[in-house]
Design a protein around this ligand. Structure first.
Ligand SMILES: *[C@@H]1O[C@H](CO)[C@@H](O)[C@H](O)[C@H]1NC(C)=O
Length: 217
């Protein structure tokens, strides 16, 4: 990959810097390629050449040229190293209670640029707005295609099914996760009845104790 520097030329001092998010690194400085780059970068009169790149080289390269008079000129190149997504992992609860919120996540960490995510239920693509779709209008969920989060708020009995997700970034083909079955279950009514009975028995015992203590003075 050649990164041209249009500001370069003449008897000038040249520096190359690399910026990715908030991290800044020097590529060429003090008439030398820095340690991180000297094995795979060459300097030319018209720019620099990478012999190989990884997705970590995605970022902004700035060539700064300072002429004999001390004037500085900049030339900026954005580099996007393209890597297709790998197979994502779907984090899906195997069971969740109807009426509660359920969160499903799609995780992929290789794609460059960052992939966007879609979700499928029983091999049917989940529309972004369930209320506008005859198949999903009984469901309440939101999909964040950047983070890969599918959030049911709240879960309904119609949401039981097999879920998988897909990651795409326009490089190579999209990648699909394994499908995982999520069961939307009723509230545990038996457990609630048992809890109420236990509380009633405890209150009864306390009442009896108070009555017994009073009756004995
Ligand atoms: C939505 O709910 C209604 C009423 O309970 C039901 O008749 C219908 O089949 C449901 N639709 C889907 C797609 O599940």
């Amino acid at each position: 990959i050649d990164l041209p520097c249009t500001a370069q030329g003449g008897n000038s001092r040249v520096e190359w810097k690399f910026q990715r998010g908030s991290s800044l690194a020097l590529v060429y400085y003090n008439s030398k390629l820095t340690d991180n780059y000297k094995s795979r970068v060459e300097l030319y009169p018209t720019g620099i050449r990478f012999k190989s790149v990884t997705r970590k080289d995605t970022g902004t390269y700035t060539c700064e040229v300072i002429n004999a008079a001390g004037d500085a000129f900049l030339s900026v190149v954005n580099l996007v190293v393209q890597v297709p997504p790998s197979k994502p992992t779907a984090k899906v609860p195997t069971s969740a209670t109807i009426g509660s919120n359920a969160v499903l996540k799609c995780i992929e960490s290789d794609g460059s640029p960052l992939p966007t995510f879609t979700w499928y239920k029983d091999n049917v693509l989940l529309p972004t707005n369930p209320k506008a779709s005859p198949l999903f209008r009984n469901s309440s969920y939101t999909i964040d295609e950047k983070t890969g989060v599918l959030a049911f708020e709240p879960l309904t009995g119609f949401d039981t099914g097999e879920y998988h997700c897909e990651a795409k970034n326009g490089v190579g083909s999209g990648q699909k996760s394994e499908a995982i079955r999520m069961e939307a279950t009723e509230l545990n009514v038996g457990g609630i009845v048992a809890a109420v009975v236990v509380v009633a028995i405890v209150l009864g015992l306390i009442g009896f104790g108070v009555w017994f203590a009073c009756s004995r003075g």
